[in-house]
Design a protein around this ligand. Structure first.
Ligand code: SR1
Ligand code: MG
Length: 409
């Protein structure tokens, strides 16, 4: 019997014992079963269920290295960050994140609500399912969490203390390398679909103007402590049901540029669009699904802008933030960053070590190659032209234009 007084990475049997002996969740005599259901790149996720009562919980444990590769040594302290930020986010955006019940700093695990009645959004999108309330939910989540943790609203000393609590060097380093650096040169750690290599070289690696912009963006990511960002808000970090959206996995959270989260959401919707475009049979279902995904991309940009602007007007406490013109200036900066991050995410998921199924599951090699060209062409445009990409329509124009350019490449 382990006493869990010293850290080790748990097996399913250990997680059952942990739930039975360390948590006050299940009744004595509960018939506990456990399945490790983690499919992310980093952690172990145990679903523990009591066959008697039907009650279930999630225990999420951080290991000392990433699951995707033990090259990435990542402090298990990320589990504390995840627990603490979920509590912050639940206050700022109630109902849009799972409830968390317990954190164990020795075992580096936390216990949270089981969301098995939801499905991971990336999986649902790959099954070409639609979620009409998603844009409304996710933009409320982003406007609230990003504005209400910023200097626009928070007492500046409190905000600095908060920024200190969420210093996250290991996971920020992963993003600095995987998102801002490696996709933009022939890095040995990249994992490139062979037909895409030449496109990457001509389009990205040989373009000094683009490289300069990625350098500026990387320094902004490292230094602009604007808001408490989720830091990894892709569709694998979102659970959905037709009537509900829950944001999970905030272990990359830190004080960074607010546009980082907005750009991640939009980029991953673009992956869903590209997947549907390349894999669905022509017909009404395809038209409907693609129409909904494109509409959602536009709504995410526009609803976020509207909600953020409204909340700014209602909640700004900083005197100078209320000077005429400042709110618009501030929001334009976030939208500019969002465009750039959309572009960076499109490039890094296409070329880097951490892929998305939206592209890798496209079985026909010609269709996949075309899908990847669309992503790289759109990615480059969204980075270079970011000053002019501020609205939903601007994103849709880039997507349509990139589809046309990829076809005639
Ligand atoms: C080593 S972790 C690779 C990627 O998985 C996470 O979900 C983040 O997106 C990270 O970049
Ligand atoms: Mg994750």
């Amino acid at each position: 019997m382990g006493d869990f007084s010293k850290y080790f990475t748990m097996t399913e049997a250990d997680a059952v014992e942990y739930a039975a002996t360390r948590l006050d969740v299940f009744a004595p005599g509960a018939r506990l079963t456990c399945k490790e259901i983690g499919d992310g790149n980093l952690n172990f996720v145990f679903r523990i269920a009591d066959e008697n009562s039907g009650r279930s919980i999630i225990i999420k444990q951080a290991g000392p290295v990433a699951r995707i590769s033990d090259e990435f040594k990542v402090s298990p302290d990320r589990n504390r960050i995840e627990y603490e930020i979920l509590r912050v986010q639940n206050e700022l955006a109630p109902g849009l994140v799972p409830n968390v019940y317990h954190y164990d700093p020795v075992m580096n695990c936390c216990v949270m609500e089981d969301l098995s009645d939801h499905v991971i959004m990336r999986k649902a999108l790959l099954e070409h399912r639609q979620f009409p309330l998603f844009a409304d939910h996710i933009t409320t989540f982003m406007a609230n969490t990003l504005l209400l943790t910023s200097d626009v609203v928070m007492n500046h000393k409190d905000k600095k203390v908060q920024a200190g609590r969420f210093i996250n060097p290991d996971l920020c380093e992963i993003t600095e390398d995987l998102v801002y650096t490696e996709p933009f040169y022939d890095c040995p750690r990249n994992d490139i679909f062979p037909p895409t290599r030449e496109v990457a070289r001509r389009l990205l690696w040989e373009d000094d103007r683009l490289l300069l912009e990625t350098a500026k963006l990387k320094f902004a990511f490292m230094t602009n402590a604007q808001s408490l960002v989720h830091g990894d808000l892709h569709t694998g970090s979102i659970f959905v049901r037709p009537d509900s959206t829950k944001v999970i996995d905030p272990e990359f959270a830190f004080y960074g540029p607010a546009g980082y989260d907005v750009g991640n959401v939009i980029a991953n919707l673009i992956f869903a669009y590209v997947n549907a475009r390349q894999t669905m049979a022509e017909g009404e279902d395809k038209e409907r699904h693609i129409g909904w995904v494109l509409q959602t991309i536009g709504e995410v940009a526009d609803l976020f802008r509207d909600k953020f602007a409204r909340l700014f007007e209602e909640r700004a406490t900083e005197r100078v933030a209320r000077y005429p013109g400042f709110a618009g200036h501030y929001l334009d900066g976030i939208m500019r960053d969002a465009s750039a991050v959309t572009g960076l995410e499109l490039c890094r998921r296409t070329l880097g070590i951490a892929h998305v199924k939206d592209l890798t599951s496209i079985a026909d090699p010609d269709k996949r190659a075309e899908a990847e060209r669309i992503c790289l062409i759109a990615g480059k445009t969204l980075i270079l032209e970011r000053d002019a990409i501020l609205t939903g329509k601007d994103y849709l124009d880039v997507v349509r234009d990139s589809v046309a350019k990829a076809a005639s490449w």
